[in-house]
Design a binder for this molecule. Structure first.
Ligand code: GAR
Length: 221
């Protein structure tokens, strides 16, 4: 069975969404370890509550970025990890980790990439004045929030939105599309070709649209 390693810096609600997807039997995988770069990250609490090993690895104890990510790669390899998930991990991943896990590192970002990468994607979208924003799950390359896109969800921006209200609306969709992308990976249905993600046995590209029915809701299509 696929063993997952999760890297997080803070609250860990996406980490929790993956845990819940596994517990519900939707994702056929197990989480081998959580690695945090920040002491006191709430994600650690979630790991404890779910019997998942948590490692704190701060970059300040390493000579340089490459050493740091090489050590993270070793810790993941030691535990037989086959998929690495960035779940609110606020660092650009170093080459040693990407080389150890080619197209096996995924990230979730709170914007429709390639728009608004980096910190505060939701605020960037608000400040720009877009009518639609959303979230993106993608495989990670050496850039900041770049790499082949797996799933996106479009989320409307309301005229009276604040950063908090928009972030909350987007987060609900993050918690849908991240477990979905992991499920597809665990089922061996994702392939990267020419920098695009092919989804096996899926007729249309994987995206989420808001259901226009008055009851609301959403559908993966
Ligand atoms: C999420 O909104 C995630 O998309 C974002 O950080 C938040 C972490 O929340 N990630 C990025 O901005 C990556 N550039 P969480 O800790 O509750 O999952």
């Amino acid at each position: 069975m696929l063993r997952i390693g999760v890297l997080a810096s803070g609250r860990g609600s996406n980490f929790q969404a993956i845990i819940d997807g596994i517990k519900a039997g939707k994702i056929k995988a197990g989480i081998a370890v959580l690695i945090t770069d920040k002491a006191g990250a709430y994600a650690v609490q979630r790991a404890k509550e779910n019997g998942i090993e948590a490692l704190h690895m701060s970059p300040k104890f390493f000579g340089n970025r490459d050493d740091y990510f090489a050590q993270i790669a070793r810790e993941l390899e030691k535990r037989g990890v086959g998929l690495v998930l960035l779940a609110g991990f606020m660092r650009i991943v170093g080459k040693p980790l990407l080389d150890a896990f080619p197209w096996k590192v995924m990230n979730i970002h709170p914007a429709l990439l390639p728009s608004f990468p980096g910190l505060h994607g939701q605020k960037q979208a608000l400040d720009y004045g877009v009518r639609i924003s959303g979230c993106t799950v993608h495989f990670v390359d050496e850039g900041m929030d770049t790499g082949p896109i797996i799933i996106q969800a479009a989320v409307p921006v309301h005229p009276d939105d604040t950063e908090d209200s928009l972030s909350g609306r987007i987060l609900e969709f993050e918690h849908i599309i991240y477990p979905e992308a992991v499920r597809l990976f665990a089922e061996g249905r994702l392939e990267v070709k020419d920098n695009r993600v092919l989804i096996k046995d899926q007729i249309v590209p994987c995206n989420i649209l808001l259901n226009p029915q008055p009851q609301g809701g959403s559908d993966v299509i």
